[in-house]
Design a protein around this ligand. Structure first.
Ligand code: PNS
Length: 169
């Protein structure tokens, strides 16, 4: 029997440009660990202009988190820990795919702890079947004509094709 989730609210932050099946796997597993999970889309990423607008990224997320009643979608700008505190969240959920993620994640987790020591970062290892996926690589493969079957939710694949392959056929 599955245990009832604890009363902790957690934030799962990211750019989600767009959501991949790796993100979705983490959302599903996180929804079982926490009482409430808020998937929070970053407004302005330092990585540059996103492929999808904030609204589009939020829509895609809302479509795919429907099966999880304790998962909400929000967005934030400014400091992640301030968004977490505003939402009474005491945990930040992040996924680690490979050792190469570790350094960046450690730096963020330690900075977030310094800013708000009462908020813990919780890491889950990505499922091995998704450990090579990133939004960036999915966009690259589809724009070069490769298959992304099984890497993103079907509704996201449709939007990616519309956005990146328009006028190429
Ligand atoms: O999925 P990503 O793009 O790796 O997510 C990065 C994210 C959104 C978690 C990170 O850029 C972030 O938290 N940005 C908000 C700004 C902030 O709080 N910075 C200080 C802590 S590093």
């Amino acid at each position: 029997m599955q245990n009832a989730p604890c009363g902790v609210t957690a934030i799962y932050p990211g750019s989600f440009d767009p959501i991949t099946n790796g993100h979705l796997d983490l959302i599903e597993r996180g929804s079982k660990l926490f009482g409430k999970l808020i998937v929070a889309v970053l407004h302005n990423d330092a990585k540059g202009a996103p492929l999808f607008s904030l609204e589009e990224r939020g829509e895609m997320l809302r479509e795919v988190v429907r099966p999880f009643p304790n998962v909400e979608v929000g967005s934030f700008h400014g400091l992640l820990v301030d968004f977490a505190a505003k939402n009474q969240a005491t945990a930040i959920l992040r996924g680690i795919r490979a050792i190469s993620d570790y350094e960046y994640e450690l730096q963020m987790a330690l900075m977030n702890r310094r800013l708000r020591p009462d908020i813990e970062t919780v890491f889950l290892m990505a499922a091995e079947s998704y450990s090579f996926i990133s939004s960036r690589i999915v966009k690259e493969v589809i724009s070069l004509g490769g298959s992304i079957a099984g890497l993103v939710p079907p509704s996201v694949a449709v939007r990616l094709r519309d956005r990146l392959l328009q006028g190429t056929k």
